[in-house]
Each structure stands twice: as structure tokens, then as C-alpha cells.
Design a protein around this ligand. Structure first.
Ligand SMILES: NC(=O)c1ccc[n+]([C@@H]2O[C@H](COP(=O)([O-])OP(=O)(O)OC[C@H]3O[C@@H](n4cnc5c(N)ncnc54)[C@H](OP(=O)(O)O)[C@@H]3O)[C@@H](O)[C@H]2O)c1
Length: 282
């Protein structure tokens, strides 16, 4: 099976490396082509060219606007020989976008899988990501061995759209926990307790969580090198709020928390890891 891969961002590149190291014939396209070359991938000039040369295309880019450009744009996948092939979109997208895209692509004989990722750079390197997949079950089964090269937990969640809904629900918790953790740590320091001790107590108390486990060292060292950026969590919380609005749901705390990430962006920290929200309170 020839695999095409689009999007060599912080997470995308780790998944692409695992697929390449697993022995798959892998061709990539990235908007900034130099990144593909620096990372040692075989690169093509456009998504359109990629569609001609491979059987299945993994897409993992910033947002739905980028995904749309890659699939439907001037030099997009649809311009190539894509009929009968599959697009696995691992971007964290808007729900409406994946549903409409799945419907539209089916009409022209292309299978589209809605396949967002849970987990970040470290689990990606270890092949321990979680992959949620919505869409054609047969195609899911066929691609399962490929998914296993980078994901440990792989769940088919029903129709296209369900995976993205679940991903946004998950990121409400992710963005919320990170912000509350940052606020609590800064509060502890403000009342005279050192940061390491605050984190140690939280890790054994009410703060015990996946997010504390993975961000503890980063907070201690004030290492905000990006695994998952402020820009991305802001985008995901915006998508979640939009989905809540469209369904007459409410996300009152997230409305505020999203704006705190917006303040981080305003400070110029959009490219930093989202744990940099701690800097607001410190
Ligand atoms: N990082 C994580 O831990 C994580 C975890 C779960 C899910 N996700 C999701 O996975 C996706 C990718 O995350 P990431 O961390 O790899 O993102 P990232 O580091 O911000 O990289 C974004 C990628 O999208 C490309 N891109 C952006 N706008 C584009 C456009 N208009 N046309 C074509 N390509 C475009 C970028 O190309 P250039 O190289 O040219 O900029 C880059 O390859 C996001 O949807 C994110 O929400 C990330």
C-alpha cells in the first residue's frame, strides 16, 4: 500500500516518521516543503500530485480551513486521480465540515474517514496515540494495521462526525484542566509555597490527572516548547463553543477559559505549548 501524508506539524511529523519507519512507502506534501526535505521525507509538489501516486492519504493540518484547501483547493487532492481512494483526516476539525466533506466525497467515489487523534508528541513517538474513527467500517478494518503503527487505542465510533464530536468534548476537558491547573499552581506560589511542592501535593490530591502527569516537568522548568500549541487549543475550544451554540448547548466555563487562551495569543504566545497559560497567572 502506498501512503500519502499531508501535514508535517508538531504532531504530524511524528506520525509520518512512524509510518516511514514501519516500512511503508510514504510520499509527503507539506505547505512549507523545506520541512519535508529537512526531515528526510520523499516530497511531492502538491496534494494533487500526491493523489495520483498513492492509495490512501492521511491529512493532519492546523484546522478545517487548511483541510478544505488541501482537498478542494486549486492544487488539491480532488484535482488528481483520487476516485476509489481514501482520505483519513486526522485534523481536529469542525463537525459540520467533516459531515459535509464525507457526504461530498462519497458522491465522487472517495472514502473519507473522520479520524482525530488523542495524545500528543510523546505518545506519538511511542506509538501510543488514541485514534477515534468515524465513517466506513470496512475501510476502517482494512486500514487498522496501518493505524496500529502509531496508535495503541483505535476506536470506531460510528458515523462521520462522531469522532470529531468526541474529540471536541475531550478537548473541553483538556483545555479546562490545563487552565485550572495553571491557576492553582500560581495561586499556591502566591501564598508562599514553592512550585514543586504545590505540584507534588496536587499530584497526590485533587489535581491527579493525565494533564498534570504530562505537564508537571514543563511547569517546574518553565519549558513551554510546543507539544500542543495555544493556537490549537484556542481553535478547538472555538469549534466546541460553535458546536454547543448550534445544538443549543452551553459551555459556560469554557467560554471564559477560551478567552484566557486568547489573552495568551495576544501576549504573543500562540506558538508556545498551551501550558504557557501558567504565565498569565504567574
Ligand atoms: N500537537 C498535538 O499534540 C495534537 C494532539 C491532538 C490533535 N492535534 C491536531 O492535529 C492537527 C495538527 O497538529 P500539529 O500540532 O501537528 O499542528 P502544527 O504544528 O500547528 O502544524 C500545522 C500543520 O498544518 C499545516 N498548515 C497550516 N495551514 C495550512 C494551510 N492553509 N494549507 C496547508 N497546510 C497548512 C502546516 O504547514 P506549514 O508547515 O507550512 O506551517 C503544518 O504542517 C491539528 O488539527 C491539531 O488540533 C494536535
Amino acid at each position: 500500500m502506498k501512503i500519502g501524508f499531508i501535514g508535517l506539524g508538531t504532531l504530524g511529523r511524528e506520525i509520518a516518521k512512524r509510518l516511514k519507519d514501519s516500512g511503508f512507502e510514504l510520499l509527503v506534501w507539506n505547505r512549507t516543503i523545506d520541512k519535508a526535505i529537512e526531515l528526510g521525507f520523499d516530497a511531492v509538489k502538491s496534494p494533487r500530485e500526491l493523489a495520483d501516486l498513492v492509495d490512501v492519504i492521511f491529512v493532519i493540518v492546523f484546522d478545517s480551513k487548511a483541510s478544505k484547501e488541501i482537498i478542494f483547493g486549486k492544487e488539491g487532492l480532488l484535482g488528481g486521480s483520487i476516485k476509489g481512494k481514501t482520505i483519513v483526516d486526522m485534523t481536529t476539525n469542525e463537525v459540520d465540515y467533516v459531515i459535509e466533506t464525507g457526504r461530498g466525497l462519497k458522491y465522487v467515489g472517495v472514502t473519507y474517514l473522520d479520524a482525530p487523534i488523542l495524545g500528543s508528541v510523546i505518545p506519538a513517538r511511542e506509538g501510543k496515540l488514541t485514534l477515534l474513527v468515524g465513517g466506513d467500517k470496512e475501510k476502517f478494518n482494512e486500514l487498522y494495521p496501518v493505524f496500529q503503527k502509531f496508535a495503541k487505542t483505535i476506536i470506531h465510533v460510528g458515523d462521520i462526525g462522531n469522532a470529531t464530536k468526541l474529540k471536541l468534548v475531550n478537548n473541553v476537558v483538556l483545555g479546562g484542566f490545563m487552565e485550572v491547573l495553571a491557576e492553582a499552581v500560581a495561586f499556591g506560589e502566591k501564598v508562599g509555597i514553592n512550585r514543586e511542592l504545590v505540584l507534588e501535593v496536587l499530584a497526590n490530591g485533587a489535581g491527579k490527572s493525565m494533564i498534570l502527569d504530562v505537564k508537571r516537568e514543563k511547569l517546574i522548568k518553565e519549558d513551554f516548547e510546543t507539544h500542543f500549541s495555544v493556537d490549537l487549543i484556542y481553535k478547538d475550544l472555538y469549534y466546541a463553543e460553535k458546536l454547543a451554540y448550534e445544538n443549543k448547548g452551553i459551555l459556560p466555563a469554557i467560554g471564559l477559559i477560551k478567552e484566557l487562551y486568547a489573552l495568551c495569543k495576544k501576549e504573543g504566545w500562540g506558538n508556545l505549548d498551551f501550558s504557557a497559560v501558567y504565565k498569565l497567572f504567574r
